[in-house]
Design a protein around this ligand. Structure first.
Ligand SMILES: C=C(O[C@@H]1C=C(C(=O)O)C=C[C@H]1O)C(=O)O
Length: 398
């Protein structure tokens, strides 16, 4: 969901699980087979109408987490002032004429659960030590940038459910992509890739600043970010890698000429929007496979950065920083990068994640503070106090 529009799935008609280095292409291939066999009656023709699968993909090839595509039984959608219901049935289950769509009663509305978060496997001192080691390796010329993350752990009461947390994310962060797929819940400001009727688009983020305490200092923070050599260099790496990756799949690809400052309630980001025309008939999931992992969540060069993450980070990212989104029967879809998020396990354990791009002039204490800002949406959605003092609301800045 974003700005009150999007799709919600109920039930599970089909589940495709994959893992390992080929997890995205295996899922994409399985989805092509399902979509080719499906009989789709879509009278709405908007993004997300008709047959869809929701997906959450593990970040790393070697992750113990499974990657999943879930085809719901019912989809509720709303876009461009229209609302629709899609029902999906398996051909092998439909022996009787389909009954009219009956929507289940909504889950009870509860208060936001109260989850207390503690450092998971990586305490703050271990995080700053890892950042310092990454900077040493960058200065030694091993790589240019690596993204290092932290994990916080909490416990959700068994009956609490995710509805209140999800509603809070959607209320507090309306400009982000709010998602909940197979226990992975969050509010991401960054798309990996979107495909809609032959149009390809993406929003690349890299470079972060805190919000100011009042309107003047807030504007100064944005201006400083837009002029910061460190952040602009980091941003340029991320845009370049996205453009190079999408180029072979697009007939034409334009990037906004200068990065713009994207204002979120918890921080500022440098952002670039990419837009182009699909050139090779790839599905959104196939493009997600080509794009993942971007420099925004892995680093540059990609392979060396991934090895450094495996060595320095100290935990399995699971589906954090992986693609999360949906794909339809034509291959159109929207994939965000799973950021500002948590994975809720069936036993109620909540793993929340946040990370930062480390470059040669990164300062470990500042990166630690930046992870706290990035944890804010998800820990507050679970009723925990913000890790850093909340920023008073200020007027939006052009
Ligand atoms: C890695 C995260 O965020 C990414 C890193 C950013 C940065 O280092 O400036 C900015 C946005 C995201 O691309 C995260 O939120 O966990």
């Amino acid at each position: 969901m974003r700005r009150g529009e999007g799709i919600i799935g109920i039930g599970e008609a089909l589940r495709i699980e994959t893992s390992g280095a080929t997890r995205i292409e295996d899922a994409a291939r399985a989805w092509r087979t399902v979509a080719a066999a499906a009989d789709v009656d879509d009278r709405v023709g908007l993004p997300g109408s008709g047959l869809v699968a929701f997906g959450a993909i593990a970040f790393a090839d070697e992750s113990a987490a499974t990657s999943v595509l879930v085809v719901p039984e019912i989809v509720l959608g709303r876009r461009d002032g229209r609302a629709w219901v899609t029902r999906i049935e398996r051909a092998d289950a439909a022996s009787e004429p389909p009954a009219p769509v009956e929507l289940p009663a909504p889950a009870p509305k509860r208060d936001v659960p109260r989850v207390r978060f503690d450092p998971g496997s990586v305490p703050p001192e271990a995080y700053t030590a890892a950042v310092e080691e990454a900077v040493r390796r960058i200065d030694a010329g091993e790589f240019e940038k690596v993204v290092l993350a932290r994990e916080l752990r909490g416990r959700l009461q068994e009956d609490a459910g995710l509805r209140a947390a999800l509603a809070k994310l959607a209320d507090d962060y309306p400009d982000t992509w709010v998602f909940a797929v197979d226990g992975l819940i969050g509010a991401s400001p960054e798309t990996l890739v979107r495909v809609d009727h032959g149009t390809v688009s993406a929003r690349v983020l890299a470079g972060t600043a805190s919000r100011g305490a009042d309107a003047a200092s807030d504007r100064a923070q944005a201006a400083r970010l837009a002029a910061s050599h460190k952040d602009l260099a980091e941003h340029a790496l991320a845009v370049e890698s996205a453009v190079l990756t999408l180029a072979p799949h697009t007939a034409r690809l334009d990037a906004s000429p200068e990065p713009f400052t994207l204002q979120l309630p918890n921080l500022w980001h440098l952002a670039t929007d990419l837009k182009g025309t699909l050139g090779d008939g790839s599905s959104s999931l196939e493009l997600a496979r080509a794009m993942h992992p971007t420099a925004a969540v892995a680093g540059t060069p990609r392979d060396v950065a991934l090895r450094a993450i495996a060595e320095l980070e100290g935990f399995d990212r699971g589906r954090y920083a992986g693609p999360v989104g949906w794909v339809d029967a034509d291959g159109d879809g929207e994939w965000a990068i799973a950021l500002r998020c948590a994975q809720v396990e069936p036993d109620g354990t909540v793993h929340a994640y946040a990370g930062c791009g480390i470059v040669h002039d990164s300062v470990s204490a500042e990166e630690l503070a930046e992870t706290d800002m990035k944890f804010r949406p998800i820990v507050e959605a679970f009723g925990a106090p913000p890790p850093s003092p909340p920023v008073p609301p200020v007027a939006p800045v052009e």
